[in-house]
Write a protein that binds this ligand. Structure first.
Ligand SMILES: [Zn+2]
Length: 141
């Protein structure tokens, strides 16, 4: 099955995507106040300290909402597809978007876990699947 939601790494998120390619889900941890944050940005929104380091966390969360997208993201990709908004368990108040990988649409409040999907040389996506069906924990193939 093809997917469609394809974020573009930028200056702040490039390292995050590199870690995802190695199937590691990381958030930034401030060296000033210890606050964790996501997505990547260059300074802490709490204390404005610029020093930070990556901290690997469990790629788990809860479905907050989801949408059905009817716009093909790239030629050849199937539509419609479902994009979920996941409330990260590790970072209070932070959300991540990704392709849904379940049978049928999700429901708000479902526990989900990341399922890594290698798209090509340069990009691995973080899909989300129901936590009781860990389809992506070893390989997407
Ligand atoms: Zn801070």
């Amino acid at each position: 099955m093809m997917t469609a939601y394809r974020p573009e790494p930028d200056r702040d998120s490039r390292q995050w995507w590199e870690r995802v390619a190695g199937q590691e889900f990381a958030v930034q941890e401030c060296e000033g106040c210890g606050a964790v944050r996501f997505p990547a940005r260059s300074f802490c929104p709490e204390c404005r300290t610029e020093a930070w380091h990556w901290r690997e966390v469990e790629p788990e969360g809860v479905v907050e909402s989801w949408i059905v997208n009817h716009q093909p993201f790239m030629p050849g990709f199937e539509v419609p597809y479902v994009v979920v908004m996941v409330r990260l368990a590790a970072v209070p108040g932070c959300f991540v978007y990704g392709n849904w990988r379940g049978d049928g649409p999700p429901e708000r409040g479902w526990r989900v876990r990341a399922a890594y999907r290698r798209v090509d040389e340069r990009l691995t996506l973080v899909d989300w699947a129901p936590d009781d069906h860990p389809v992506g924990r070893k390989s997407s193939r």
